[in-house]
Write a protein that binds this ligand. Structure first.
Ligand code: LLP
Length: 413
């Protein structure tokens, strides 16, 4: 995170708060966000896009971090919000995000969800398929703004599970079917077709791919709105190089100038690139085992960092209570879940770790909390925002009682 420093005793401070205090007060595993850094990153996107293409809108892809505390920050900073389901809709509304800032995504929206979104008055629904048009025709009683998701036919160079723009994607319609769907919307009085949406994938490190996607989408026709999705990658490991927000925006806007109508509105939907680097996860070291290799095991793992397994994402870590101690042992930083893929850092250059040390795993602000699950009976960790030397709890830790409460039908039966 931007607001981090190490004191004379070797303790890492985040947003001016020692990680040892955070762990003490809130327990571990703990998701910690540098709020000032988060807000600055949001401004980089909003100001950067507005300066280059004034008729534009930055949406936060909230699936990357759907916390009420985050929706509040997004609303305060003037971000619009992409929601992908009834749950995210409820969280965003509860946080006070204006429905006029909400854009509703999903490839399998139900009647109930569409009704919730329409009743709430969301700004745009991004239509994925023609079943959804059937539903909307049945449900709508007033005009509704719509975008149509099209498959641009760009094979993103990323992990297969993160590529969504290739010809065999389950998301959106191929170009020929898209044109028919657009005709259908244009012929219906309540279906207000505004333009097209695409999203080629996630954790994309080559910005040229975004330019390529903009060029491809322009072949669908001339519209008022082009939403070119999210997907900008971030630097996770020391050996990785990631493009800057400016390089990303430069590429998109250059492609827009070359291929899109000059009066069109451009939307982007970054998720990861807004939140990933503002967040770290604190873990307590519970076991240090020296066999052929050194395994440093912590009190969390893929249950709270699912991408370690889902996409094989690797992170970097340090010992937050001994951040000045030199690298003396190359260790496997592993979690406590019963999966061999439960590896957080491969060959971590750490001091010799001891039970009770605090492992700080960096760049975990995106897709960590949101994918957290109860594997091995794990509890969803708490979230804390730090800023100017103060910490505030924005989501508390799940409890064993809550876990048991779901099983009341069996327990009471
Ligand atoms: N827009 C749409 C329609 C999306 O589906 C996504 C992400 C985004 C925007 C934001 O993409 P981002 O800027 O965060 O890359 N579990 C996977 C990531 C799944 C991404 C899903 N869609 C992972 O953590 O790698």
């Amino acid at each position: 995170p931007e607001e981090s420093a190490v004191d004379e005793a070797g303790v890492l401070h985040l947003g001016g708060v020692p990680v040892t205090e955070l762990a003490e007060q809130y327990g571990t595993p703990l998701y910690v966000y540098d709020e000032a850094g988060l807000r600055r990153q949001i401004r980089r996107f909003i100001d950067g896009l507005n300066a280059r293409w004034p008729e534009s809108e930055v949406l936060f892809a909230s699936k990357s971090f759907p916390a009420v505390g985050m929706y509040r920050v997004a609303a305060e900073e003037g971000l619009s919000v992409d929601i992908a389901g009834g749950g995210e809709l409820r969280l965003a509304l509860a946080a006070g995000v204006s429905p006029s800032k909400l854009h509703f995504h999903g490839n399998a929206k139900t009647d109930a969800e569409l009704r919730m979104a329409i009743d709430a008055g969301v700004d745009t629904i991004i239509v994925d398929n023609t079943d959804e048009l059937d539903r909307l025709e049945r449900l709508l009683t007033k005009p509704q703004k719509l975008l149509l998701r099209v498959i641009p036919g760009v094979d993103a160079k990323t992990h297969a599970s993160q590529a969504t723009g290739g010809a065999d994607s389950k998301f959106g319609l191929p170009m020929d079917q898209a044109l028919a769907a657009i005709e259908r919307m244009r012929a219906h009085p309540l279906l207000e077709f505004e333009g097209v949406h695409l999203h080629i994938g996630s954790q994309i490190l080559d910005v040229e791919q975004f330019g390529e996607a903009v060029a491809k989408i322009s072949t669908a026709g001339e519209f008022d709105v082009y939403d070119v999705g999210g997907g900008l990658g971030v630097k996770y490991t020391y050996d990785e190089v990631a493009p800057s927000v400016d390089a990303y925006l430069d590429t998109i806007v250059a492609a827009a100038r070359a291929h899109l109508p000059s009066g069109a509105r451009i939307m982007i939907e970054p998720g990861r690139a807004i939140v990933a680097r503002a967040g770290v996860t604190l873990y307590r070291v519970t076991t240090v085992k020296r066999t052929g290799r050194t395994f440093v095991a912590v009190d969390g793992g893929l249950a709270d960092q699912m991408d370690a397994a889902l996409t094989g994402q690797r992170f970097e870590a340090l010992l937050g209570n001994r951040a000045l101690d030199p690298w003396t042992e190359t260790s496997q930083l592993v979690g406590r879940q019963c999966e061999s893929g439960d590896l957080l850092v491969d060959r971590a250059p750490l001091p010799e770790a001891r039970v009770g040390d605090l492992a700080v795993v960096a760049t975990t602000g995106a897709y960590g909390y949101t994918l957290a699950n109860n594997y091995n009976g794990a509890l969803k960790p708490a979230i804390v925002f730090v800023r100017d030397g103060a910490a505030r709890l924005v989501a508390r830790r799940e409890t064993y009682e809550e876990l048991l409460a779901l099983h009341a039908p069996a327990l009471e039966g």
